[in-house]
Write a protein that binds this ligand. Structure first.
Ligand code: ACO
Length: 335
């Protein structure tokens, strides 16, 4: 969907993020799993991930709250000016209340409505797109979007093909109205194909487990993934979503100053980068340090780029994600 040029635009007022202090390295995983640092680095590009210390009560909610607090501090905004908070997550500690409500209370954004959004790793980009649309429609002026996941809380650390990939993180952005209608999201795409749900799911009950997985030992409450299928889907989808986005927006890849891909696997990101012919410094990568943090991933990348002064006014930034559902999303911004 291309955004109409009339009316007003949007801008990213500021960003924040949060990662736990505790580091889980490949060497740590070697102690508990039949795996090796070399295998993990070669197949995924990951060296370390950050994980919450669950014994202190830390988890998705504390990460979401910290990220939003940091975004509020980064913008200097009065939290009472925020009129909506969207928190994308697939690791809710409680389905009621939402993590968004908890973050609202933490920062004192008492004029804001708040809800959680479940689109797995695509959740943050879904949230950014919804925020841009609502602001352009004039119903809201300032929206905080958080992506937060404590993936370590849904990992089965006896399952080597899944647990090596994931880490915990949150990213937040505060988006507000801008008088320039050309500024903000210039093209967005949201997609889903529910037929692929069995590739990535978290069963709560035995009955949730599909026939195809009945023979595999599964810990209830933990993420289950068909890595090969997700890999094939991701490689194809990343490229087609990026190409469609550029085509529909009538923008060349040469105009994009930063491509921010969901940090799922370095090989997936590299395959898209090579096929698009992009130089390394135009495709942000932090998966080596933090692993795949699902909904936290793109928000964390955006904040790290922003803090480094690499999100410059007027430039074009493209965010692309895919995830469980299956879901996917793109968001092309003139920032
Ligand atoms: N250490 C050592 N060996 C391993 C490990 C491990 N951690 N995991 C699997 N293996 C073995 C397998 O048992 C297999 O052995 P076999 O040949 O004897 O049967 C061999 O390595 C190859 O296994 P594959 O599954 O084919 O390995 P692959 O190269 O596909 O890599 C991986 C696996 C890294 C999971 C890859 O498939 C992948 O990254 N998929 C995409 C996952 C992804 O992006 N998920 C996030 C989705 S986003 C969201 O919404 C949550």
């Amino acid at each position: 969907m291309t955004m109409p040029p009339e009316g007003h635009g949007t801008r990213i007022l500021g960003t924040g993020s949060a990662t736990p202090e505790k580091v889980l390295s490949n060497q740590d995983l070697e102690q508990i799993l039949d795996t090796s640092d070399e295998w993990i680095r070669q197949r995924t590009g990951i060296r370390t991930r950050r994980v919450v210390d669950q014994s202190t009560g830390a988890g998705t909610i504390s990460l979401a709250c910290d990220a939003l607090e940091n975004a509020v501090a980064n913008t200097g905004i009065d939290p009472l000016e925020i009129d909506l908070i969207i928190c994308a997550t697939c690791t809710q500690e409680m389905t009621c209340p939402s993590a968004a409500c908890r973050a609202q209370a933490r920062v004192g954004a008492f004029n804001a409505a708040a809800f959680d959004l479940a689109a797995a790793c695509s959740g943050y980009v879904y949230g950014i797109n919804i925020a841009d649309t609502l602001i352009r429609q004039g119903r809201h002026k300032t929206i905080a979007v958080i992506g937060a996941d404590a993936m370590s809380t849904v990992m089965d650390y006896s399952e080597r093909s899944v647990s090596i990939l994931f880490g915990d993180a949150a990213g937040a952005a505060i988006i507000t109205r801008d008088e320039n209608p050309e500024r903000g999201c210039i093209y967005q795409n949201l997609g889903a194909d529910g037929r692929g749900w069995e590739c990535l799911y978290m069963p709560r009950r035995e009955i949730d487990v599909p026939e195809s997985d009945k023979e595999t030992p599964i810990r209830l409450g933990c993420l289950r993934m068909n890595g090969r299928e997700v890999f094939k889907f991701a490689v194809k989808k990343f490229l087609s979503v990026i190409e469609t986005t550029l085509q529909e927006a009538n923008i060349s890849i040469d105009d994009v100053s930063q491509l921010i891909c969901h940090q799922s696997n370095l090989r997936i990101i590299e395959s898209a980068r090579e096929r698009l012919g992009l130089e390394k410094d135009r495709v942000y990568v932090n998966i080596d340090r933090v692993g795949n943090s699902s909904s936290g991933s793109i928000g964390l990348c955006l904040d790290e780029l922003n803090q480094a002064g690499r999100i410059r006014e007027g430039e074009i930034v493209l965010m692309v994600a895919f995830g469980g559902g299956m879901t996917w999303a793109s968001s092309l911004w003139r920032v």
